[in-house]
Design a protein around this ligand. Structure first.
Ligand code: NAD
Length: 366
């Protein structure tokens, strides 16, 4: 499997797209009574059942929903594999308005569809899905994770995600500066939501010189005051004199417009899909001498958390121990990228594919 630009498949049919990106199964779920229209994409189960959240979105077209679910599920395969989890990659999308359509019956019908896959796909929360929605889904299927602590689950995954991102930032600093001490380093954090705020605790403790931004002015004010850090307007973040740019808000912030403006040595953050185009923008960063910590590796703490919850006997200490390994994996990837003269994103995907190929063979009964 090579790195491919999924959007290029926009005009193709479902089988052509599934074949191009190596999907095993794409399930279309429809229920007239509740108005449910869902797509479940199972990308790869060589390492274990396909785990990935359910996203609800009012997609402009069914084709857009299909592209999204295929792209996201493929990303989950690599994220699980590179994190050493015994899980495959999957994702589900619900097509419709999350504000009006999510009734108990709707969610339970979706749970029944998940159950019908007999554990090949395991769901969790994603955009526009709440813990309470998972509770309804969980009434019809045991293949759901990311439940609240009160229900025996692992609770909010964001602190673990933030810890993994912190490990990734430190490993990248070690590669670039020869030391992982972040004291005095100028770090710009874009987005101070769940992940961004938990991350700030680590950065501030290490005496990094942090600047934050967010679309919510109220949040920026409150967080800047709480942590004693500087703040800038949303669009100014790319032009800052900084050592490390840390995207923790949206995807695709590394693009034709922003990369030429960046003056940092490192990009390492928690947001998903930071490179607008995996190949082109990966090489643009490389050519500028900016070291990029692959997002799907360093933000894998959340998946590590829900994955451990699904294995059973959830133990927070074990989860943090697992997330700590992101440091060594990140360093290995950066060294491999340097040796092979490829982008860190490509190096990370190569390592993930290698594990899938090697361990996948072990799991097949002979
Ligand atoms: P969140 O919604 O709590 O926080 C996102 C923050 O970004 C919000 O404060 C929002 O106001 C801000 N924001 C949105 N657009 C912005 C913009 N243009 N400029 C500046 N700020 C902007 O979300 P989160 O859970 O903290 O997740 C942040 C990112 O990390 C997302 O990309 C998410 O997919 C990714 N991620 C999160 C987890 C997790 O465990 N929560 C796990 C893996 C990846």
């Amino acid at each position: 499997m090579e790195i491919k630009e999924v959007q290029s498949a926009k005009q193709e049919g479902v089988f052509a797209m599934a074949a191009e990106f190596g999907h095993e199964q794409v399930v279309h779920c429809y229920d007239e009574a509740t108005g449910l229209k869902a797509l479940i994409a199972i990308h790869n189960t060589a390492l274990g059942p396909a785990l990935g959240g359910t996203r609800m979105w009012n997609y402009a077209s069914e084709q857009d929903a299909l592209i999204d679910v295929l792209r996201l599920s493929r990303g989950m395969t690599f994220k699980a594999a590179i994190s050493g989890l015994n899980l495959g990659g999957g994702k589900a999308v619900l097509i419709g308005d999350a504000k009006t359509m999510k009734t108990e019956a709707y969610l339970r019908r979706f749970g029944k569809f998940i159950q019908s896959l007999s554990g090949k796909y395991i769901t969790a929360e994603d955009v526009n899905m709440k813990t309470s929605d998972m509770e309804f889904i969980g009434m019809e299927t045991q293949y759901v994770t990311g439940l609240p602590e009160s229900m025996g689950g692992g609770g909010d995954p964001s602190p673990v995600t933030a810890y993994g991102v912190y490990m990734g930032i430190k490993a990248t600093a070690k590669k670039v500066y020869g030391s992982d001490d972040l004291g005095g380093k100028k770090i710009a954090v874009q987005g101070v939501g769940q992940v961004g705020t938990y991350l700030l605790e680590y950065l501030v403790k290490e005496n990094a010189k942090v600047t934050i931004t967010d679309i919510s002015e109220e949040k920026v004010k409150e967080v800047a005051k709480r942590f004693g850090v500087d703040a800038v307007a949303q669009d100014k973040i790319y032009d800052l004199d900084m050592d490390i740019y840390t995207p923790c808000a949206l995807g695709a912030t590394l693009n034709d417009d922003t990369i030429p403006r960046l003056k940092c040595a490192i990009v390492a953050g928690g947001a998903n899909n930071q490179l607008k185009d995996e190949v082109k923008h990966g090489y643009m960063l490389l050519d500028k001498g900016i070291t990029y910590a692959p997002d799907f590796l360093i933000n894998a703490g959340g998946l590590i958390n829900v994955g451990n919850e699904f294995y059973g006997n959830y133990n927070r200490e074990r989860v943090y121990h697992h997330a700590e390994k992101i440091y060594d994996t990140c360093l290995n990837i950066l060294n491999l990228a340097e040796k092979e003269k490829i982008t860190s994103q490509e190096a990370a995907i190569h390592l993930a594919e290698k594990r899938i190929a090697e361990v996948g063979k072990v799991r097949i009964p002979r």
